[in-house]
Design a protein. Structure first.
Length: 264
């Protein structure tokens, strides 16, 4: 069975493993088709968390799922979330690799400290910066909306965030929590969910346009509520992820689907 890996992910894996790769196959639309026996070390075979690759049967796997004698037969169980298929090791590796590359754990700690101090504007700014170029626009728009109301110090935004975060920490009604964040002009469901995921990863994931398109969840409070309930169900059904937050599970799924699929 052939394996496919996105060229940037493969290049990073080679750097991380220190593999001596003399020759790479020619990529097709930015995907490499690799022989697992030949490139096992470069794919992280001797590391705890290795780079997931996409197989001909549309399943994401990692080197620990592969046995030279039997291939993937009987080596791992295939899991499925809304049509995206993967092994447990592939999703766990995806979670760890994204957390490492984006320092999510450190960011969660910093934001928790800001929350203890009541520094909600700093929380919002850091979450928006984590979101990249779109986040910078969101942060700019939030400040602009305040100034348009004559609130030059963003006092209204600070207080609205404070009240929302307090409700999110205590409230079990997912739909009302995301609706409250969505109601803050300039956030939307995507950035409201990013705040929730980084502050309270046990309870909340991110629902952005990529997740919405890949899994079919509407970008509104009802769609978010459904997404959370299905992640909870997935976690309950698969003890392999009992130690994971639903925020972490979502981030692993995000990393798997981020590059799309190869042109097989």
């Amino acid at each position: 069975m052939q394996a496919y890996i996105f060229n940037k992910n493969f290049a990073q894996s080679i750097v991380e493993t220190g593999a001596n790769v003399d020759y790479l196959p020619r990529p097709v639309k930015r995907w490499f088709k690799v022989e697992l026996d030949k490139y096992a070390y470069a794919l992280g075979a001797e590391f705890k968390h290795s780079e997931p690759f996409y197989c001909q049967d549309s399943v994401w796997r990692v080197t620990s799922d592969y046995q030279p004698d039997t291939g993937f037969l009987m080596s791992s169980r295939t899991l499925n979330f809304r049509g995206v298929k993967f092994s447990a090791d592939a999703l766990n590796s995806s979670i760890e690799l994204l957390a490492h590359s984006e320092d999510i754990n450190k960011l969660e700690v910093r934001l928790a400290q800001c929350l203890e101090r009541g520094d909600t504007l700093s929380i919002c700014q850091q979450v928006c910066e984590w979101g990249g170029s779109t986040g910078h626009r969101v942060w700019g728009n939030l400040q602009r909306h305040c100034k348009e109301m004559g609130d030059m110090d963003c006092t209204w935004l600070r207080d609205a965030l404070r009240d929302w975060f307090a409700h999110a920490a205590d409230q079990s009604d997912i739909k009302s929590v995301i609706a409250e964040g969505d109601a803050i002009k300039g956030l939307g469901v995507s950035y409201a969910s990013k705040h929730l995921r980084l502050l309270f990863p046990d309870k909340y994931p991110v629902l952005d346009s990529l997740i919405s398109d890949a899994f079919g969840y509407d970008m509104n409070p009802s769609g978010y509520e459904l997404f959370v309930s299905m992640l909870d169900q997935f976690k309950n059904d698969h003890p392999e992820f009992s130690g994971r937050t639903i925020g972490a599970i979502e981030s692993g799924l995000f990393r798997l689907i981020q590059r799309g699929v190869p042109p097989i």
